[in-house]
Every structure is written in structure tokens, then in C-alpha cells.
Design a protein around this ligand. Structure first.
Ligand code: FES
Length: 109
């Protein structure tokens, strides 16, 4: 039930269930521990959900505003990173590094 989180392969957080490591596509946001982010499915969309050290959740679209790849959370950097061309975003969606020029859109959890 629930499972735990761990850092794995280049600091991308994965969902750990038993002895299987699963990509983070669908854990309930309430299972995200402080300081971690996870990509969760909501309807037909994928949201990037982060919990800060005070326990507050915030969500943005997981779709990179450059060309639409799905971002992954870098725990060490506390940033959403795009695997396609290297854009980086803060947990609230602000751009940290291009080529993206627009922030990730905020979503209401
Ligand atoms: Fe994300 Fe290009 S699609 S950086």
C-alpha cells in the first residue's frame, strides 16, 4: 500500500513497490513525501506535483512548454527537468533554464 520513494538513476524519483521500481506515473499526490516531486495522471493530462519541506503540495503541467516532452523531478536540484532538450523549471513552474521560454502552467490540485 502506497510504497516509498527513492532516488534512482540520475536523481529521477521513482515509485518503489516491493522489489519493483516503477516510473512515477500515477501515485496519489498524498503519497509524495516532503522534498519530492512526481508526475501523476489527471484525466488525460500529466501533472508535475511537488511537496515542499513544509508539506505543501503544488501542481503544474508536466508537459514541457518547449516541444511537449514530459518533465521529471530532480530531487538534488529541486527542479523539474525536461529529458528532451534540457529545460529546467522550479517546482512552481518558473523557468530556470531554456530553451523553453514559457513557465509550466499551474494546476489546481
Ligand atoms: Fe522540453 Fe525541448 S521539449 S526542452
Amino acid at each position: 500500500e502506497g510504497g516509498t520513494f527513492l532516488k534512482h538513476q540520475g536523481q529521477v524519483a521513482r515509485h518503489f513497490v516491493g522489489d519493483r521500481i516503477l516510473p512515477l506515473t500515477g501515485p496519489a499526490p498524498e503519497n509524495i513525501p516532503p522534498g519530492y516531486g512526481a508526475v501523476v495522471r489527471r484525466g488525460g493530462a500529466q501533472w508535475a506535483v511537488h511537496r515542499d519541506e513544509k508539506g505543501r503540495l503544488q501542481a503544474v503541467s508536466a508537459r514541457c512548454t518547449h516541444l511537449g516532452c514530459i518533465v521529471a523531478f530532480n530531487h538534488a536540484e529541486q527542479a523539474w527537468e525536461c529529458p528532451c532538450h534540457g529545460s529546467r523549471f522550479a517546482p512552481d513552474g518558473r523557468i530556470l533554464q531554456g530553451p523553453a521560454v514559457r513557465p509550466l502552467k499551474k494546476r489546481d490540485l
